[in-house]
Design a binder for this molecule. Structure first.
Ligand SMILES: Nc1ncnc2c1ncn2[C@@H]1O[C@H](COP(=O)(O)OP(=O)(O)OP(=O)(O)O)[C@@H](O)[C@H]1O
Ligand SMILES: [Mg+2]
Length: 442
């Protein structure tokens, strides 16, 4: 029933008794009754309006007033509107919660900016990346919080077709890629991604190319110099010529060693197939290492060998190359008369290969960088002894392929110990036929 029909029915219901009273008791009595009924209707409406006013102060579907007649109709309509609004509010809240959860799970930082570039909202990743505080920083200009001239210029110039690479705060060595996406007329979404790892790899690649070029150019310059002498002076004395040829040969050998080491390193790093594993006969390997060490030392050092562990499951060629580098370092960085000890023992339940010398030793600040490619403590001395600076990088990668790690203990002026520590699962029991003295005699 619509409001007009309801009103017409109510008026006619009220009019009938008034007319009957007027017919029996006169017009005054009829009018008095009509006035009374109207007064009651006004009071009833006033009460209901009062209830409605109170309800409107905190409207919920549970507390909506109940009433008959036209106002009852209004209340029913209000109830329906209120219920629909509550449902859509709940749906909106659920969507917002889902959005927050999704943005919270993103590894990238998300910052919502208003048209004045003030921070509206940000996710936990952005909070961690830029040290933002939800309480303190909401509503603050983003350029006041990320105070970097490049960033301020990027935000202000408004061309976001290219991302901006930005360094973290002073104590933070991270690098971020920043992208700004305009949305909803003039709001902006700022996305930040931590690209430190990619940047590091890129820097390493650049350094590597520069180092290789430099390492190759040094002997090449020497070779070209000597060749020019030989070409310019065909009548050169035979003895001088032979001396030049010997120097040329040394430099060519140096280049050859460098290329060999680079190829070894590249093979170790880019293994396409799984490593060829075999039971490596450690006593034989130790005797080869000692023989190589002695030949390099040319009798200038004493050698000791300690063999007290089993054989090893792994790649014989990689282990020979890794252990050989450690032995050759010990020889080259220990002055004449020094002692070099090779040990293959079980330490704390795991097999350990170690090479100890009482040579030059290494200052502590160099230790963390020793396994970097081309890193040499004393470039001049290493160049003299023919080192490429790739030896320990090869050792590190060969050991990584065996799930082993390198531990370096060194005291400047007193000597060094390089330990290759293998997992116990790589140890294989050995027949007790080999003796230590047999190894040292080799
Ligand atoms: N036993 C050692 N005693 C003192 N210094 C060492 C020892 N082993 C390595 N070093 C230092 O570590 C640096 C890096 O060693 P690494 O074996 O990587 O390169 P290299 O010996 O210079 O060249 P390569 O091994 O390629 O011929 C060396 O240049 C040297 O300064
Ligand atoms: Mg070396």
């Amino acid at each position: 029933m619509n409001l007009w029909m309801s009103l017409a029915l109510r008026l006619s219901l009220g009019a009938v008794p008034c007319l009957v009273v007027a017919a029996f008791f006169g017009a005054v009595a009829g009018l008095a009754l009509a006035t009374l009924l109207l007064l009651l209707a006004v009071i009833s409406h006033w009460r209901m309006l009062n209830q409605l006013r109170k309800w409107l102060q905190s409207p919920t579907t549970e507390t909506i007033p109940d009433a008959a007649g036209a106002l009852g109709q209004v209340f029913a309509d209000l109830y329906r509107a209120q219920r629909d609004q509550e449902r859509s509010r709940a749906r909106l809240a659920a969507s917002l919660e889902r959005f927050r959860e999704a943005a919270g799970a993103l590894p990238d930082g998300v910052v919502m900016l208003d048209p004045e570039n003030r921070i509206d909202w940000f996710n936990p990743a952005a909070q961690g990346q830029f040290g933002l505080d939800p309480e303190r920083d909401s509503g603050t200009l983003v350029t006041n919080l990320l105070r970097q001239p490049d960033f301020t210029a990027y935000i202000q110039q408004g061309d976001f077709s290219e991302p901006l690479l930005m360094r973290g705060a002073a104590a933070d060595s991270r690098v971020f890629s920043i992208v700004v996406i305009p949305f909803a007329v003039s709001n902006r979404l700022l996305l930040s991604r931590d690209v430190s790892q990619i940047e590091r790899v890129e820097t390493m690649r650049r350094d590597f190319v520069a180092n290789v070029s430099h390492e190759l150019r040094t002997p090449l310059t020497v070779i070209m110099g000597f060749l020019e002498h030989l070409v310019d002076d065909p009548a050169m004395e035979q003895q001088t010529r032979m001396h030049f040829l010997k120097l040329l040969h040394d430099q060519a050998q140096r280049m050859n060693r460098l290329v060999d080491d680079l190829l070894t390193l590249s093979k170790l790093e880019n293994r396409q197939q799984p490593m060829h594993e075999e039971i490596v006969d450690i006593p034989s390997l130790l005797s080869i290492l000692v023989a190589d060490g002695k030949s390099l030392s040319a009798g200038k050092h004493a050698f000791k060998v300690d063999f007290a562990a089993g054989n090893l499951l792994g790649s014989a060629s990689e282990l020979r190359s890794a252990f050989g580098n450690l032995v050759s370092n010990a020889v080259r960085y220990t002055p004449d008369g020094g002692t070099i000890s090779l040990r293959w023992i079980v330490e704390a339940g795991v097999p350990v290969f170690s090479v100890a010398d009482n040579g030059l030793g290494i200052a502590p600040e160099h230790l963390p960088r020793l396994t970097e490619r081309f890193y040499r403590v004393d470039k001049g001395r290493s160049a003299q002894t023919g080192g490429t600076g790739l030896g320990l990088a090869i050792v590190k990668h060969a050991l990584l392929n065996h799930q082993a790690r390198l531990e370096i203990d060194s005291t400047l002026g007193a000597g060094s110990t390089f330990k290759a520590i293998f997992p116990s699962t790589r140890m294989v029991a050995v027949e007790p036929t080999t003796t230590v003295s047999a190894l040292v005699k080799t």
